[in-house]
Write a protein that binds this ligand. Structure first.
Ligand code: ATP
Length: 235
């Protein structure tokens, strides 16, 4: 069994002024996993994900991606990462294609064929020539994912990819993540405040509460050991 470590988070701590963001967060993700980062609003998920992707600095601790620390080899670490943190912004007066063309300029070797591919994968190919200002939230989320996977990242980090979607949109998004995991050989870290989101998608779950990691385990064990988990996540 291949147990290559894709992401290693150790001792991650961040305080905002006098308020705790996250405290001593530790976990590992192995190749092929879909890891669910579960916690209620304000638990610290976004803070941790911002640090992991270099958008914010931790007070202490380290993040290694494929063995590269974001502190001393940020570019090598980020080379294989695709992410969406917080809101998905697109250029509203550009088409879906033009938005992806714009995003592709950050990478080498992304041609129109690859853009069509990610539009196809995310179910947006028929909207290729439509301006994104008319897109539903679900379509915008999918365009965000299309953009994040353009460069075939081996690790995809998504902050609340199911947020704001209607039931059908959620089903589609879960299916899309599973499909990407199966076909693109990507490893996923996805956050959510809803147990239902992660139990259906993730093989492992880490629960974060008040900035601290409460538990990390395989999904089945988490579900078996935390019968009353829903009480935490009614938000
Ligand atoms: P959400 O899903 O609501 O984004 P979260 O689990 O991602 O929740 P964070 O956004 O990481 O949680 O917030 C963790 C804690 O840090 C919260 O108490 C929040 O109020 C606080 N916090 C986050 N960003 C800042 C900031 N820029 N300045 C001060 N406090 C902040």
């Amino acid at each position: 069994k291949n147990m290559e470590k894709v992401l290693e988070v150790s001792g991650l701590t961040k305080t905002y002024k006098n308020k705790r963001g996250i405290y001593d967060i530790n976990f590992e993700i192995y190749r092929g996993e879909i890891f669910g980062f579960l916690g209620p609003n304000g638990a610290g998920k976004t803070t941790a994900m911002k640090i992991m992707t270099g958008l914010m600095r931790a007070d202490s601790g380290d993040v290694k991606i494929f063995g590269h620390s974001i502190h001393d080899s940020f570019e090598s670490a980020m080379e294989k990462v695709g992410c969406i943190i917080e809101t998905v912004e697109s250029y509203p007066y550009m088409t879906a294609y033009e938005n992806l063309k714009q995003a592709s300029r950050y990478y080498r070797d992304i041609d129109d064929k690859r853009i069509d591919e990610v539009l196809e994968i995310t179910g947006l190919i028929k909207y290729k020539a439509e301006r994104t200002k008319n897109f539903s939230l679900g379509m915008k989320q999918r365009l965000g994912i299309a953009s994040s996977i353009l460069s075939r990242p081996e690790l995809v980090i998504l902050d609340e990819p199911l947020n704001g979607l209607d039931v059908e949109g959620m089903v589609e998004m879960r299916r899309l993540i599973k499909h990407l995991s199966d076909t693109q050989n990507s490893t996923f870290l996805i956050s959510s405040h809803l147990i239902h989101d992660v139990e259906l998608t993730c093989n492992k779950i880490g629960i974060i509460l008040d900035g601290k990691m409460l538990s990390i385990d395989y999904t089945d064990n988490i579900l078996a050991n935390y019968a009353s988990l829903e009480n935490y996540f009614i938000s």
